[in-house]
Design a binder for this molecule. Structure first.
Ligand SMILES: [Zn+2]
Length: 449
């Protein structure tokens, strides 16, 4: 076709948007991390943790072989050993819990925290936290001396977090990663709550938190095996007596499925399923299971995005139970009921998601939609990101009844864009993308009048 001179002039006059980086390709570093996560090491860690006999929060702290004190010293030494020669910094985070519903005498609660600092100045303050709880319990939550192996609840999550720390410490990420094994989950989420409260008081920028709690078994109570998925619990709107302005805005604009935790869950599902083939991240749109809670809750209650990973179908014969035989069935949270390849798969999903988030730019800030006049186009504006490797922004959208993003448009390195669809009919989000194709979670636009 021959282009007429006028048309050619028009073509030249329109500034070209830089091409979208390939956001579907695999980052070599993440593929390598996923490959290195070892079910053999995870099994060895779990069997070692079970070997402390009980890890009840009020159990012995003096013995070198039994009780929670020996367990936490071993976890810390292991993280120091495998992090040697890397930037991984391992510390105890300790406080004394006063007497409360599940604490009968003032008790030292100790988290083991391993931090891998980010390597990009613009991102080092942004943190992602992954945790599991190393304390255990049996039938009576106050029984501090009976055997409480806690192989699934939650040596599985503890071992996954330790494995991630050991593998990922040998790689570099833009943002900071915190690998945490916490105590006193069973006594009222006390370890996680202490750390989350310190974070809130210091106003730390925790862009996302995941707890891994009961990720050990792929078998349900009837013996049926499903090792093809993990549940990811993601809260919508927080339960509070008084709604914050941010929550009121979400409710007013129909954004109840676009909270920070739901946006994080979408990003985790995308990265997890991209890097771990034939494995589903089953996002459950609620805070947690009925009657249950976990270490993501103290983070949610302080306004942070937080999620919970749990196996697809729990067998309650193998949690929170004294070891015993009933009607020929061996009851108790014992290591033979874990599926170590399954735990490794869940750890890989976590590691892929954490890596992807910590390599990507921050989610765009101050994303707004202009609502001053009636119109069927959608004018979106946002604040510029500061990362030096930023390629630009992508606008994503979905039907109001859809769970996941259905469309996307890369718009280049600009801070506003007008979409030809109506903001009344779809939900929009804005993501930041770096030059390697790493994508941030989406940010929900608030009205700008
Ligand atoms: Zn648990």
């Amino acid at each position: 076709m021959q282009i007429k001179p006028l048309a050619l002039a028009l073509l030249i006059a329109v500034p070209a948007t830089a091409a979208e980086p390939d956001t579907k390709r695999h980052q070599a570093q993440i593929d390598q991390i996923v490959k290195e996560i070892s079910p053999v090491r995870i099994e060895a860690t779990i069997r070692k943790l079970v070997g402390f006999r009980t890890r009840h929060t009020m159990s012995d702290t003096v013995s070198e072989t039994e009780g929670i004190g020996a367990a936490r010293r071993w976890i810390k030494a292991e993280l120091e050993r495998c992090g040697a020669g890397t930037a991984l910094k391992v510390e105890f985070d300790s406080h004394i819990a006063p007497v409360s519903a599940r604490i009968s005498r003032p008790t030292e609660i100790v988290n083991v925290v391993a931090t891998l600092p980010g390597t990009q100045a613009a991102s080092v303050e942004r943190m992602y936290v992954v945790s599991g709880h190393y304390d255990s319990r049996n039938t009576d939550v106050m029984d501090a001396s009976g055997d409480a192996p806690g192989a699934n609840d939650d040596a599985s999550g503890t071992a996954a977090v330790m494995e991630m720390a050991c593998v990922m410490a040998r790689y570099k990420f833009d943002a900071t990663l915190v690998f945490m094994t916490v105590a006193a989950e069973e006594q009222g989420l006390l370890g996680a709550a202490h750390w989350a409260e310190q974070a809130r008081q210091k106003n730390l920028n925790i862009a996302g938190m995941f707890t891994n709690d009961i990720i050990g078994s792929s078998r349900d109570e009837h013996g049926k095996k499903d090792d093809t998925q993990v549940r990811l619990f993601a809260e919508g709107l927080p339960v509070q007596k008084e709604n914050s302005d941010a929550v009121r805005t979400l409710i007013q604009t129909g954004g109840e499925n676009d909270s920070l935790s739901r946006q994080l869950a979408r990003a985790v599902k995308e990265a997890g399923e991209r890097y771990v083939p034939k494995f589903k991240v089953n996002v459950i749109q609620r805070r947690d299971r009925y009657l249950r809670g976990g270490d993501h809750m103290p983070f949610l209650e302080r306004g942070y995005a937080a999620l919970r990973f749990t196996e697809p179908a729990e067998d309650f014969n193998h949690q929170h139970q004294n070891i015993r035989t009933e009607n020929g069935v061996l009851i108790g949270d014992l290591p033979q009921y874990n599926d170590y390849n399954y735990i490794a798969r869940v750890a890989r999903v976590n590691a892929a998601a954490l890596s992807s988030l910590a390599l990507a730019p921050a989610a765009p800030q101050k994303v707004q939609v202009r609502t001053a006049k009636l119109q069927n186009d959608t004018e979106l504006v946002w604040q510029a990101n500061s990362e030096p490797d930023l390629a630009g922004y992508r606008i994503v959208w979905r039907d109001t009844t859809a769970a996941d993003w259905q469309g996307s448009k890369f718009v280049g390195n600009v801070t506003e864009f007008t979409m030809p669809q109506s903001k009344d009919n779809v939900y929009f989000g804005v993501q930041a993308i770096d030059k390697d194709g790493n994508v941030s979670p989406a940010s929900y636009p608030t009205p700008l009048r």
